[in-house]
Design a protein around this ligand. Structure first.
Ligand SMILES: Cc1cc2nc3c(=O)[nH]c(=O)nc-3n(C[C@H](O)[C@H](O)[C@H](O)COP(=O)(O)O)c2cc1C
Length: 275
């Protein structure tokens, strides 16, 4: 520590120190992907959360795969792969695929997951996805217990219901999934636009005002949501009919979130609504 640093304020006591292995979990947050591969007519698929863009010209992405995975063997031979970005309802399938090693089992068949041909690589593209990135490997670099593949993007496809110049947070079940670790996932939920101070403004004051504004809005939204939820729960207790989809839309909720509708009559045909 330098003399200058010792003059810094001590870290707040509320901060918790974690094992170094948790750094990866703190940095997780992009959409979870399924890496499809193909070699000599055999296809494989593995869920992958450790990916990042590394260059825009040429467009390069990197993925880190643990050395013992079967996908490493396949990619080392085929030198290509596709990243498939599954939609929210596929989370159970994604988790299941992460528990299987593809060497002796056709995982796509085991998960009953359909696929179709890609445009630039031999790896297939999966159905029920929001986007697809076809990649050709340019470098394979071992780091620790993982291999980092740096690959050139050969083709990109999206489902416009999910992506419109960026992920659509209003797309319901067409949204991708974010992996938070263990068996926990989240969905791209809400978009907020950042506003910059103008040249003439004092940035520190403008930023503080905007943060206060934002917190107030969040508080208000939470209160409104609580009120609406209470009203709905009372309807369900009285045995009244509740339209699950309309309620979820009004509350800005996912259907498997929060509400226990088990006592009520449920309208709507989502297979995720509690019965
Ligand atoms: C959501 C999720 C994300 C994962 N991310 C990675 C990852 O980034 N890198 C990795 O090596 N394994 C990751 N795994 C584990 C592999 O997907 C898992 O070991 C898989 O069974 C490997 O399949 P394979 O042996 O057929 O290649 C992840 C698993 C899940 C469920």
């Amino acid at each position: 520590m330098s003399d200058d640093e010792s003059l810094l304020q001590p870290a707040p006591e509320t901060i918790e120190r974690l094992p170094v292995g948790m750094a990866s979990r703190l940095l997780m947050g992009g959409p979870v992907t399924l890496v499809t591969t193909s070699w000599r007519g055999q296809t494989n698929v593995m869920p992958l959360a450790w990916h990042m863009p590394v260059s825009s010209g040429p467009p390069l992405v990197a993925i880190a795969i643990e050395q013992s995975r079967y996908s490493v063997d396949v990619i080392n031979h085929s030198e290509e792969f596709a990243l498939n970005i599954p939609k929210r309802p596929m989370l159970h399938h994604v988790q299941y695929l992460g528990s299987l090693r593809g060497e002796h089992i056709d995982k796509l068949d085991a998960a009953q997951w359909g696929y179709f041909g890609s445009s630039r690589v031999t790896a297939p593209l999966l159905e029920h996805c929001a986007g697809w990135v076809e990649c050709g490997v340019r470098h394979a670099l071992p780091f620790g217990d993982h291999v980092l593949y740096v690959a050139e993007v050969m083709a990109v496809h999206v489902d416009p219901a999910s992506f419109d110049d960026g992920w659509r947070t209003d797309a319901g079940d067409d949204r991708p999934l974010v992996f938070l670790g263990g068996q926990t996932y989240s969905a791209f939920d809400r978009a907020t636009e950042a506003r910059m101070p103008r040249d003439l403004d004092a940035p520190e004051r403008v930023l503080a005002d905007r943060m206060a504004e934002e917190l107030e809005l969040t508080q208000e939204a939470l209160e409104r949501r609580g009120e609406l939820q209470g009203r709905l729960e009372r309807e369900v207790e009285r045995g009244n009919v509740v339209d699950v989809d309309a309620a979820a839309a009004a509350l800005d909720l996912d259907l498997d979130d929060l509400l226990d509708l088990s006592g009520g009559v449920v309208l709507g045909d989502s297979d995720e609504a509690p019965s």
